[in-house]
Each structure stands twice: as structure tokens, then as C-alpha cells.
Design a protein around this ligand. Sequence first.
Ligand SMILES: *Cc1c(COP(=O)(O)O)cnc(C)c1O
Length: 280
Amino acid sequence: MERLSNSMARLQMPGADFNRNELIQCLSELVQLDEKWIPQGEGYSLYIRPTVIATHKFLGLAAPDSLLLYVITSPVGPYYKSGFNPIRLTADTSYVRAWPGGTGDSKVGGNYAPTMKPAADAAKHGYSQVLWLFGENDEITEVGAMNVFFYLINKETGKPELVTAPLTRGDILPGVTRQSILDLCRSWGDFDVSERFATMPEIREAANDNRLLEVFGAGTAAVVSPVSCIQYKGKDIDIPAVGEVTQRVWDEITGIQYGKTEGPPGWSIPVDAKIVNKQS
Ligand SMILES: *Cc1c(COP(=O)(O)O)cnc(C)c1O
């Protein structure tokens, strides 16, 4: 709700300060109405997508004065039908997804249409998604429409570290899955967790030294999406098969989603719960 609100504010949409709890209450009622559409079985789910479009009756460049906020629900099947399906990435693109001061940190349509051509070009060369870089040092930002995590042995500390890009510059989409993984992994306390920019030269060096242990994308649809290869400057960097951190994150998050484990307070909302209707 907060991200929807921030994205609306970025587009100068009125009503960006809508009542979050009221919308969650609406979603709960919608899910109960659509109950028969919730598919049964492990891996199946009801996708819920709140959307906002302008309905301003005016042809011209102006902030909208009216909006439609609607919610799409759709039954979806398992993302992985028979175990993880690691993806191959290319970092060799001249295109840029987002930049400081842009809209990369907002979920707005304009971010996505321009990624179709780079993705199609990547597919032509046998890579399923683009690893988006930024800046002279080839800082790693995101993969396709997912956040990206690297699990490696840090050269300086010699300790295992989970790394993902920080939200400070405004070019990273603040994924809920990203935040969930950061919170979970910090709560385990088994390895360092850093929000910092890893660069492609650093990752290449880590791979050459056998310090690169796991790479995965993270987003709602896949939860985690293991990466088996990254093309960089014409060479493929191979990454070991699905590792224990990727697997553990998957087990924990899907366990919480299916109600097998409780998870931290506030992560799950029973749909028949009456939500206290106060502005957050
Ligand atoms: C939606 C999206 C994500 C993932 O966000 P979740 O809230 O985890 O689904 C990451 N990066 C981009 C560019 C996205 O559009």
C-alpha cells in the first residue's frame, strides 16, 4: 500500500494519501468474494494486483484530476513446475533500466515497456533476462523486473555476505520480497547482510576466486529465481547450482505464505479479520 501510494505521488496523482487500511479491507472482502477462484494445491495462488490509471477527460500533458483504482485477481499456477529453473543473464546491454532521480523506485508502467526490446535482444542470444547495470563501474542494480542478490565470500572480511543494491539512490524498485529476504536473513544472523552496490568486476573476480556462491533474483511471482550464468564483456560467468541460502529463503517465505510457519508479525493478514480502520 505504501509503495502504491509513493508511486502515485511520483506521478502527481491525487489521492496518493489514500487510507491504506481501507484498501486492505477492500482486498480482504474481494478475496472472500473471489474465494472459488483461489486454486488449491502447493504452488498455486490467487494473484492480486491493485492498479491505478488516470481517467482525466482531457487530451494534453497535465496531472490527472480523476483516477480509477481497481484490483485484478487471477488464479495462477506454480512458478516452478518441477523444481527450480535457473536463469541465464546477460549484463552486456547498452540499455539502462533506471537512473538516479528517475522513476526506477516507483512501480509505474513507463519503466517496463522500454525493457521489452533489451529482453528480446537478450533472448536472441540465449539469455533469458537482462542484468541491469549503472554507471562507469558497472554497478549491479536489478535483474529483469526483479531485485537481485549475491551470496559470496567478501574479499576484505573473508566472511560470507549476502549483497543487494541499496534503495538510497532512487533507481532500485523497493521490492517487498527484497525487504522480506533482508529481514529474514538478518534475523538468522548466520552471515553478513549488506545493502551496497556490487560491481560486475567484483562479481567476476569473486567467481574467478571461487568466492561467488549463489545468485538469485527476487520478486513476488518467483519468490526467488536462481541464476546459473551471467554474460559480461562477452564471457559467461558460471555460477554453482542452487545453493543453500536460495533454498532456505524459498522454504521460509513459501512456508509463511502457505501458513506452515507463522512469520514475523504483520506479514500475513487473515482475510476475514476486521482491520482497524485508522489511517497509518
Ligand atoms: C515488481 C518489481 C520488483 C519486485 O517487487 P516485489 O514487491 O518483491 O514483487 C523488483 N524490481 C522491479 C523492477 C519490479 O518491477
